[in-house]
Design a protein around this ligand. Structure first.
Ligand SMILES: C[S@@+](CC[C@H](N)C(=O)[O-])C[C@H]1O[C@@H](n2cnc3c(N)ncnc32)[C@H](O)[C@@H]1O
Length: 225
C-alpha cells in the first residue's frame, strides 16, 4: 500500500507536456499512456481536446479530497525551497515562484474536475512501474514526466532498467523528461541503460527541448524498438 505522505503530488499542464516532450500534432493524435501522471492536467486537457490519453499512477488509489489535501500540505514548502535557491531554476516558462504556484494550482484543479469521470472511463488507472498490466504495443507513445531519472537518488538502477524495458513492451515509443535528478545532476543511470537496451535492439536518442525549469533540464530521451 502506497503512503501518500511520501509523494509530492505536483502536476504539470498540457502546454508543459507538449514542450517537455516536443509533441507534434501527429504525436498528440497517437494513443498515449502517461506514466506517473499524478495530478497533471495533461489527460484532462487532452481528453477535452479530443485526444486519447490513459494515465497510470499509484496515487489514483486515493480520492480527490485526499490528493488535494496532500497537495495543499506540500505547496508552500516547495515554493519556499524554489524561492531560496534562485540559481537552480529557469524562468522562461513560469515567470516567477508565484507564477509557478499558480500554474500548479491550475493544473491540479483541472485534474480534480476530471478525476472521477476519468476514473469511470478508465483514463486514470491505479498501477505502478516496474510491471504494468497492458498488452504488448497497446499504446503508440508512452510519456513519463518527472519520475524516471528524476528520482535516481532514491530508485535503483534495476528499477529504472526494468521500468524502461516494460514501457518499451507496452508502447512503440517511450519519451522521458527530464534527464536530471532532484539534485539537478544528470542521472547516473542513463549511459548504462542506453547501452544495455541497445544490446536488446532498443535504440535511444536524446533531444533538446524548449522547456527548462530545473536549470540545464532541457533534454528528453526517446526509446524505440
Ligand atoms: C513529481 S510527480 C510528476 C507528475 C506528472 N508526471 C507531472 O510531471 O506533472 C511523480 C509521480 O510519480 C508517481 N509514482 C510514484 N511511484 C510510481 C511508480 N512506481 N510507477 C508510476 N508512477 C509512480 C507519483 O505518485 C507521482 O504522482
Amino acid at each position: 500500500m502506497m503512503i501518500l505522505d511520501s509523494v509530492i503530488p505536483f502536476g504539470r499542464s498540457k502546454a508543459e507536456y507538449e514542450l517537455m516532450f516536443a509533441l507534434s500534432e501527429s504525436d498528440r493524435s497517437k494513443s498515449i499512456v502517461g506514466i506517473g501522471d499524478g495530478p497533471a492536467s495533461f489527460n484532462a486537457e487532452m481528453t477535452a481536446a479530443g485526444y486519447a490519453v490513459t494515465s497510470i499512477d499509484p496515487i489514483y488509489q486515493f480520492t480527490s479530497a485526499e490528493i488535494k489535501s496532500r497537495f495543499d500540505a506540500c505547496i508552500d514548502g516547495i515554493i519556499e525551497q524554489v524561492r531560496n535557491s534562485p540559481n537552480n531554476w529557469g524562468w522562461n516558462y513560469h515567470k516567477s515562484p508565484d507564477d509557478l504556484r499558480a500554474n500548479r494550482e491550475k493544473a491540479i484543479s483541472l485534474f480534480l474536475e476530471d478525476y472521477d469521470r476519468g476514473k469511470s472511463e478508465g483514463r486514470y488507472l491505479n498501477a505502478e512501474l516496474p510491471k504494468l498490466d497492458f498488452q504488448d504495443r497497446q499504446f503508440q507513445l508512452a510519456l513519463c514526466s518527472h519520475f524516471l531519472f528524476l528520482y535516481s537518488e532514491h530508485l535503483s538502477f534495476e528499477f529504472h532498467l526494468d521500468s524502461i524495458r516494460e514501457l518499451c513492451r507496452i508502447a512503440e515509443e517511450v519519451r522521458i523528461f527530464p534527464l536530471l535528478t532532484l539534485s539537478q545532476l544528470r542521472s547516473q543511470y542513463i549511459d548504462e541503460i542506453c547501452s544495455t537496451l541497445a544490446q536488446e535492439g532498443i535504440s535511444s536518442e536524446i533531444i533538446q527541448v524548449t522547456y527548462e525549469l530545473q536549470k540545464g533540464g532541457n533534454q528528453a530521451i526517446i526509446f524505440r524498438q
